[in-house]
Design a protein around this ligand. Structure first.
Ligand code: C2E
Ligand code: CA
Ligand code: CA
Length: 630
């Protein structure tokens, strides 16, 4: 006889004054169990003796955990009051006949799990979380149960049901707090991240809306050449530098705040991502106050960073927006600050620049330029011109125009479909920044090498003897660069000893990894020239450390050479130091006979400049060479 449990009195079961015992009565082969509930006064056991079985029953009955014995198909044979209390709200028809039916909507997989369990006995599931969502219809709160199923033998299972709602809620709130915190914190520096910074700026804008006299300012920083640190020391070292930057910013922006980075205060320093940081100042109202903080930051960030027992230096470009009463949003403010930062970078970096509305237009033009550049590479709009580099010393005393070209320098040009021929100063830097320089540099090198080889057969004795090609920093940072040069040499048949790659002082003087790359290039048999010498920061005394074969003295020295004794002394010293290191010298930008005479008399080996020839297209160079040969 199947017992009916429809009117199961859960309240009575929970009443500690009511002592209940549980008895399993076997059905006579019908498959259903029966539960008998008897009420007893606590302690008053039959005959005054506490039967051990009875004691166990009472113990199970009072257990603060739901216990059930069920058949393999889920039919409940025995159930204690806690189970009934926990499961009853889940029962769609108010009955507790079959555990799988009761849990059918929240844990439909249980039945299948039991069927799939092939062992004779053992744990089928352990503390499986089952969630009953809160329901407004019957005022039911969210409830989370933990259900364990243990197979006792072929036909019986034990189920344990536990209310873990408060535990689950606690876990959830800890998780939420952690997620909330993580969502606002930058992992590397533990500073506020983009989300936090945006919110801080939004709050500042709101407060300004309430009180228009509340100016605030946003300082947007991007590290100059941070990639070099990553490339030469590795990303872990890069992260350490970022963390040191964060600490330095913190010290300046909020000296008394410890590691708090200004949360909840008038200032905030945070990291936007990669090598970009932002400082928001709500308490520095005057422009001079903001500039003072900006300069402090630049000074502090330019001090050496000690990572992996080595010192690295970096500088920072900063854009500043002073937000006076406006109806801008946070993104616009940050964007304007970043536009000013780009201006700071383009002016040479290591400085701050204040945002001006006209910068918008320039930024838009630049974006356009980047797009055009990418298209230009695909559509092959670039071409190469060649400027002769002539020998100065063989010419005899009077002649300023030497009889033959010692070599040529390949210079790239862009034939823009609308703007016409665009000079490299207008796009090489942008190409470096937007990642187009790799393809552009490869095009120039390949074109120039093929052209050089073609001249050898076409022109014979008068063909240029050396091909100089400019190299940009970003190309050297590319891991596959040396292999690419080697491949191009082979493909074009270019003799390596006749190729000279030109690098700027600042590039060649860089860390060991750059110099190692340069040595790898030299190992291919090619030579290196130091371009624009005198404009960078390496001095004559460090020339011996650079793996170069030729020094190109910058045009700014050459054009002063006639009038300025000081510049003449510098040129002469350069020539002597270079000669002592067995390096050749080229005077760049020679425009007049007088300049040519001076640099020749100072011992410069070669000259390059409009006096001899402007950069020429390949076909025009052949004509120039045959003219100068006469
Ligand atoms: P650079 O390497 O110093 O090249 C010499 C620049 O000075 C060339 O300008 C040349 O036309 C110019 N020049 C030569 N003689 C005279 C002179 O007598 N007077 C004056 N005023 N200028 C003279 P260009 O072709 O506009 O190139 C400018 C810079 O762009 C180059 O300076 C170089 O740094 C870069 N560049 C050019 N082509 C490439 C390239 O293929 N790759 C890379 N990475 N950079 C390139
Ligand atoms: Ca050059
Ligand atoms: Ca140069």
């Amino acid at each position: 006889m199947a017992p009916t449990r429809k009117g199961f009195d859960c309240a009575a079961l929970e009443d500690p004054a009511v002592h209940l015992s549980l008895v399993s009565t076997n059905d006579q082969g019908g498959g259903s169990a029966a539960v008998t509930v008897t009420e007893q006064t606590p302690g008053s056991t039959a005959g005054g003796q506490l039967d051990p079985n009875e004691a166990l029953m009472q113990f199970l009955y009072r257990a603060p955990i739901g216990l059930l014995q069920i058949q393999a198909d889920g039919v409940i044979e025995m159930i204690n009051p806690m189970s009934a209390r926990l499961l009853m709200p889940l029962s769609s028809n108010g009955s507790l006949d079959n555990l799988f039916d009761v849990l059918g909507t929240v844990a439909p997989q249980l039945r299948q799990m039991v069927l799939a369990f092939n062992e004779a006995s053992g744990s089928i599931c352990d503390a499986m979380r089952v969630e009953t969502p809160a329901s407004g219809d019957d005022n039911r709160p969210l409830q989370v149960l933990s259900v364990s199923l243990l197979k006792l033998d072929e036909s019986r299972l034990m189920a344990m049901v536990n209310d873990v709602t408060s535990e689950a809620l606690r876990e959830q709130s800890v998780l939420n707090a952690r997620l909330g915190e993580a969502a606002r914190l930058d992992k590397v520096t533990r500073m506020p991240n983009r989300t936090s910074l945006r919110e801080f700026v939004e709050r500042a804008i709101e407060r300004q809306g309430e009180d228009p006299s509340r100016q605030f300012s946003v300082l947007f920083m991007n590290c100059d050449r941070f990639r070099q640190i990553n490339d030469s020391l590795g990303h872990a070292a890069g992260d350490q530098v970022l963390a040191q930057i964060a600490r330095r910013l913190q010290t300046i922006v909020h000296p008394s705040d410890g590691e708090d980075f200004g949360r909840g205060s008038e200032r905030m320093a945070g990291r936007l991502g990669s090598d970009e940081f932002v400082v928001v100042l709500c308490d520095a109202n005057s422009e001079s106050g903001v500039c003072a903080v900006a300069q402090n930051i630049l000074d502090a960030l330019s001090l050496p960073y000690r990572v992996q027992d080595r010192e690295s230096r970096l500088s920072v470009s900063m854009g500043i927006v002073l937000v006076a009463a406006s109806n801008q949003d946070a993104d616009t403010v940050l964007q304007e600050a970043s536009i000013a930062m780009v201006e700071a970078k383009r002016s040479g970096g290591a400085r701050f620049v204040r945002f001006e509305p006209s910068m918008h237009e320039r930024a838009a033009r630049r974006g356009e330029l980047e797009n055009d550049l990418h298209r230009a590479i695909v559509e092959r709009q670039f071409f190469v011109v060649y400027q002769p580099v002539v020998a100065l010393q063989q010419a005899g005393d009077e002649a300023c125009r030497p009889p033959y070209s010692a070599g040529v320098e390949a210079l790239v040009r862009w034939h823009h479909p609308v703007r016409g021929v665009v000079p490299p100063v207008e796009f090489v830097g942008v190409a470096e920044e937007c990642g187009a320089i790799g393809a552009l540099g490869e095009f120039v090198l390949s074109t120039a090498c093929h052209q050089f080889v073609a001249w050898q057969t076409e022109l014979g004795r008068t063909a240029p003897r050396l091909l100089a090609v400019n190299l940009s920093r970003a190309q050297l940072n590319d891991d596959g660069f040396v292999a690419m040069v080697s491949r191009l040499l082979k493909q074009s048949g270019m003799p390596p000893r006749q190729l000279q790659l030109e690098v700027t002082e600042s590039l060649a003087a860089q860390d060991e990894s750059v110099r190692a790359k340069l040595r790898e290039l030299k190992a291919l048999g090619i030579t290196l020239a130091l371009d624009d010498f005198g404009t960078g920061y390496s001095s004559l005394s460090s020339l011996h450390q650079l793996p170069v074969d030729t020094v190109k003295i910058d045009r700014s020295f050459v054009c002063e050479a006639v009038t300025s004794p000081h510049h003449r002394v510098l040129i002469e010293a350069t020539v002597r130091v270079a000669a002592s290191l067995s390096m050749g010298t080229v005077a760049e930008g020679v425009e007049t006979d007088a300049q040519a005479n001076v640099v020749r008399s100072l011992g410069c080996e070669k000259g390059q400049g409009y006096l001899f020839s402007k950069p020429l297209r390949a076909e025009d160079l052949a004509a120039w060479l045959s003219n100068s040969d006469q």
